[in-house]
Design a protein around this ligand. Structure first.
Ligand SMILES: [Zn+2]
Length: 318
């Protein structure tokens, strides 16, 4: 029995990620979510800087796609268009021209709308890593490669761990006097991180460090609305963290009103997100973990990350 759980999980994951069954499952998810949330799972709150508009589009039961608009030219990019109808509706309402689809990874709840949107906007490019089987990929990107859409510049960063070819996209806020914007897919959520389907804790730790390196003022636009669950879990790990408690109170209120909780900032995340706090003695003590003599600090942090992830997986399962 001890093996049955993980084995079944692995088989289920392979079916979802690698076969047509996964696509059929995704289609059912989309249909159910459209019936259940005809106006989306959360109230979207657009964010504007001079020259840029970022519109979160709530899709499926807890995913976000993002329409990023160069308001001067009306050119736009979309990140992870899972439900093509919801994204198309936003494109029409905004009256913009779709030039790019940035796909963080192959999972259907992030890439399922690529084909329909690409068919409708034939000049639009589909970007992502060649290491993930991203539907309709037209332009594969390397780590640190930049793409312009109108006046907007996005940088792709390779962040493996959740999948082998996971990428995040960073919008340069500099030209608009705004902060950088990180579209993190399933690498990083408010108070959480993605599951380690195709990578080791060491790999995921290195990818999270890349995200943290973007700077504290960076806005985090995650792939899912998981804030309430993740913060509640974090509050059970770290019992005495006032910043965490304060954010949990705010998130609880936001979710009661079905309002979106994004964006947060990477500075905020480092104060309460346990997956970004593997170096913190208070978290290590809460887990009852100590660095072995001679153990490399990063090896220890990877062990801490693995333990936090294990506990989070168990928490979700209960
Ligand atoms: Zn995923």
């Amino acid at each position: 029995m001890a093996l049955a759980g993980p084995l079944l999980f692995r088989v289920g994951y392979s079916l979802y990620a690698r076969t047509r069954l996964g696509y059929l499952f995704y289609q059912r998810q989309v249909k159910k979510a459209r019936e259940r949330y005809p106006h989306g799972h959360s109230a979207p709150q657009p964010c504007r800087f001079p020259g840029v508009k970022i519109l979160p589009i709530p899709v499926l039961s807890n995913n976000y796609s993002y329409l990023v608009i160069d308001t001067g030219s009306g050119r736009a990019a979309v990140v992870d268009p899972s439900d093509p109808l919801a994204v198309q509706a936003a494109i029409e309402e905004e009256g913009v021209m779709l030039e790019a689809i940035f796909c963080t990874h192959k999972h259907w709840d992030h890439s399922g709308g690529n084909a329909a949107l690409h068919q409708r906007h034939s000049s639009c490019k589909v970007y992502g890593s060649a290491l993930d089987a991203i539907p309709e990929l037209t332009n594969s990107l390397e780590d640190r490669e930049k793409v312009s859409v109108g006046c907007l510049t996005f940088e792709a960063l390779a962040t493996p761990g959740h999948t082998v070819g996971h990428m995040v996209y960073v919008l340069d806020g500099g030209p608009f006097g705004g902060p950088p914007c990180l579209f993190s897919g399933d690498l990083l959520f408010l108070a959480g991180c993605g599951r380690l389907f195709e990578g080791s804790p060491e790999t995921m730790l290195a990818s999270l460090d890349v995200a943290v390196g973007l700077g504290e003022d960076t806005l985090l636009w995650p792939g899912h609305e998981y804030a309430l669950e993740c913060l509640t879990f974090a509050s059970l790990l770290e019992l005495d963290n006032p910043t965490l408690e304060q954010k949990l109170r705010w998130v609880t209120q936001q979710r009661q009103e079905k309002r979106s909780t994004c964006p947060s900032t990477l500075g905020e995340e480092q104060s309460y997100n346990p997956f970004l706090r593997t170096h913190r003695p208070e978290l290590q003590a809460a887990l009852g973990m100590r660095r072995d003599g001679g153990e490399h600090p990063d090896a220890f942090r990877a062990r801490v990350l693995k333990e936090v992830r294990r506990r989070k997986d168990l928490y979700k399962a209960t």
